[in-house]
Design a protein around this ligand. Structure first.
Ligand SMILES: [Cu+2]
Length: 410
C-alpha cells in the first residue's frame, strides 16, 4: 500500500501507532481488526500492513513525540475510529441524471474500495487501474446529476451507510473536457470543480459525508453551462481518518446543449498538497470551520458553515432506491467502442466488469424494458429525441417527458 510521507501524515500515523502500542497489545489490535472487517479481507490486510508501517515509523521516531500529544490522541473514540475504518471503505458506483438511474454504465469502477492516500500519485485522478466503463452517459447543462457511493460493490441498500467508520470530510465533483471520454487519461486531463460540500454545520458538527449517509449515498449537483462535448466527471470523498483518505471514481460523459463556458482548470494530481488546510487536519478536534481543498467551484457558491443544526432530513427518496444495478444502457447513452480498453487500466480485462462490455446493438434502451410488442414497462423509455422504440406504456403508467431526450413510463 501507499503511505503518504508528508510531514503532516507522519504526525497522524505516529499518533495511531502510539495508540496501538499504548492502549492495546498487538494481539488485541489484530483481533479487533479481524472482528470489524470480516467481509473485507483485502482491506484488512491493507490496514494491517499500514499498522506495521506505522510501528516501523514509530520505532524510528518515538523520541520525537511529545507525551502531551500521545495523551491528546489517546481517547477510546480515536481508537474505535481507527478500528472501524477498516470495514467502512467505499466507492462511487452509480449515477443518476434527472432522476433516471444510469447504473454503473459510465463509471470506471475502482477495483477496490480502499482509498488513495498520496496526493501526488496519478491514482488520485481516477483511482487505481479502474475497470473500463461500459459507455458514456448523456447530460445537458442544467441537468440534475447525482453520484452514488456505497461501501461494497453492487450493494445499493440504503440500510448500509454509504461510507461509515467516521470517515468525515468533504464531497466534491470535478469535470474535465476531453477529446474522447472512453480513452481520456484523468491524470493528464484539465479539471475544474463543479460542486463541493465540506462542513455544512458546526453545531452540531455535521460533515458532507454524513449528508451522503443520510441520503443513501447520493450527492446531487447541477451540470453548469459548459461547452458541449465529451467530459470526465470525477466524484470524490476525502475521509479524514487519522490522515486523509481519498475515494474517487471517474464517470464518462457526453455533454449536450449549447453552453459556452470553458472554466479555468487544475491538474489532478497537482491540485492538492499534503499540508493543505483541508487535508492536514485533526478532525477529532471538532473544527468550527473547514477549508475545502482545491479550487472554487465553477458556477456555484459553496454554502457557508451553518451554526444551527443541519436539516438531516434526507432529500433522497429512499423508497425509489433500486436494489440492483441496471444492466442495460441508460437513455441516450453510448457504448464504449469494442476492443477499447480503459485508458489507465493496466489491469487484466477479464474481470466481471471489463468482460461485460455490451455490443452496440444491446445498447438500445427500449430492448429490455419492452415486454410485448409496443408495450413499455414502468420506468422504461417511451419517447425522446432519437428514440424509435415502443411508445405505449403498460397499464397503470403514463408516458412522461422528463426532458427533450427522454420520456419514461411513470
Ligand atoms: Cu479508511
Amino acid at each position: 500500500m501507499e503511505i503518504d510521507k508528508s510531514p503532516g501524515h507522519e504526525l497522524k500515523i505516529r499518533g495511531q501507532a502510539e495508540m496501538a502500542q499504548n492502549k492495546v497489545s498487538d494481539e488485541k489490535l489484530d483481533l479487533a481488526k479481524r472482528e470489524t472487517c470480516r467481509d473485507c479481507d483485502e482491506q484488512y490486510y491493507d490496514e494491517r500492513s499500514q499498522v506495521s508501517d506505522e510501528k516501523l515509523d514509530l520505532a524510528k521516531r518515538e523520541n520525537l513525540l511529545a507525551p502531551s500529544l500521545v495523551n491528546m490522541l489517546s481517547s477510546l473514540a480515536f481508537l474505535a475510529s481507527i478500528l472501524a475504518s477498516a470495514s467502512a471503505h467505499a466507492t462511487f458506483q452509480e449515477m443518476w441524471v434527472n432522476g433516471v438511474d444510469q447504473g454503473n454504465w459510465c463509471v470506471r469502477l475502482p477495483q477496490s474500495n480502499s482509498p488513495v492516500t498520496s496526493v501526488t500519485s496519478p491514482d488520485i485522478a481516477c483511482n487505481v487501474n479502474p475497470h473500463p466503463a461500459s459507455g458514456v452517459c448523456s447530460v445537458e447543462p442544467g441537468d440534475s446529476v447525482a453520484v452514488e457511493m456505497h461501501q461494497q460493490p453492487n450493494d445499493r441498500s440504503c440500510a448500509n451507510e454509504a461510507i461509515g467508520g467516521d470517515h468525515w470530510g468533504p464531497v466534491q465533483v470535478y469535470m474535465a473536457k476531453v477529446d474522447d471520454a472512453t480513452t481520456a487519461d484523468g491524470a493528464s486531463a484539465n479539471w475544474f470543480k463543479v460542486s463541493e460540500m465540506g462542513l455544512p454545520s458546526n453545531n452540531p458538527e455535521y460533515w458532507a459525508t454524513e449528508v451522503l449517509n443520510d441520503n443513501c449515498g447520493h450527492f446531487t449537483f447541477t451540470v453548469p453551462s459548459i461547452a458541449p462535448g465529451q467530459y470526465l466527471l470525477r466524484a470524490e470523498v476525502i475521509g479524514n481518518v487519522g490522515g486523509a483518505q481519498f475515494y474517487m471514481s471517474c464517470f464518462q460523459l457526453d455533454v449536450g446543449g449549447s453552453g459556452t463556458a470553458n472554466p479555468p482548470t487544475v491538474k489532478i494530481p497537482g491540485v492538492y498538497g499534503a499540508n493543505d488546510p483541508g487535508i492536514l487536519i485533526d478532525i477529532y478536534t471538532s473544527p468550527k470551520a473547514y477549508e475545502i481543498p482545491g479550487p472554487t467551484p465553477f458556477g456555484t457558491v459553496s454554502p457557508t458553515v451553518a451554526t444551527t443544526a443541519y436539516p438531516t432530513i434526507a432529500t433522497w427518496n429512499t423508497a425509489l432506491q433500486p436494489s440492483t444495478v441496471p444492466t442495460t444502457a441508460p437513455p441516450g447513452a453510448a457504448s464504449a467502442p469494442a476492443n477499447t480498453a480503459a485508458p489507465t487500466s493496466a489491469a487484466p480485462t477479464t474481470s466481471a466488469s471489463g468482460g461485460s462490455t455490451p455490443s452496440a446493438s444491446s445498447s438500445s434502451a427500449a430492448a429490455s424494458s419492452t415486454t410485448a410488442a409496443g408495450t413499455v414497462q414502468k420506468f422504461g423509455q417511451c419517447g425522446g429525441t432519437g428514440y424509435s422504440g415502443a411508445t405505449a406504456c403498460v397499464a397503470g403508467t403514463t408516458c412522461t417527458s422528463l426532458n427533450p431526450y427522454y420520456s419514461q413510463c411513470l
